[in-house]
Design a protein around this ligand. Structure first.
Ligand SMILES: [Zn+2]
Length: 136
């Protein structure tokens, strides 16, 4: 198999590494076929709407996801609010263009995460670059 571009006969990977590799390749595949997956997800959801049992299950899953990510989501909201507040106060200046490609109307991207000490630590990226940076 190939490891980092080099051919290796036998590689001993731990379970964790194997999982990581699998996840990365899945991610790449999903990105390449994004539109296809988007349509599939829409279709699946439309099907769910017709089936009350399934809808219940899906809602439960979503609820569980929300509870698992509650802390992160709260930090996310707070980080966005902090940026907006700083812009209003004038402590943070929002440029007119994207730092990467120069398009207008950039959004703040929290490249170092949403921890409190990084709330005002933003990169200014346009919608496209922001999406790309988030997916990395
Ligand atoms: Zn851009």
């Amino acid at each position: 198999m190939y490891v980092d571009g080099k051919w290796v006969d036998k590689v001993l990977l731990t379970e964790k590494e194997k999982k990581k590799r699998k996840r990365e390749s899945n991610k790449k595949y999903a990105l390449k076929h994004r539109d296809y997956f988007r349509i599939k997800a829409k279709e699946a959801y439309a099907k769910c709407l017709k089936d009350p049992d399934k809808l219940k299950r899906v809602r439960k899953q979503r609820n569980a996801w929300y509870h698992r990510n509650k802390v992160r989501l709260k930090l996310h909201r707070q980080a966005i609010a902090a940026v907006q507040y700083a812009i209003q106060k004038g402590t943070l200046i929002r440029p007119d263009t994207c730092e990467k490609c120069g398009k207008t109307n950039p959004e703040g991207h929290h490249s170092n995460g949403y921890e409190k000490e990084h709330w005002l630590d933003v990169e200014w990226l346009c919608k496209d670059c922001h999406g790309e940076a988030t997916r990395k």
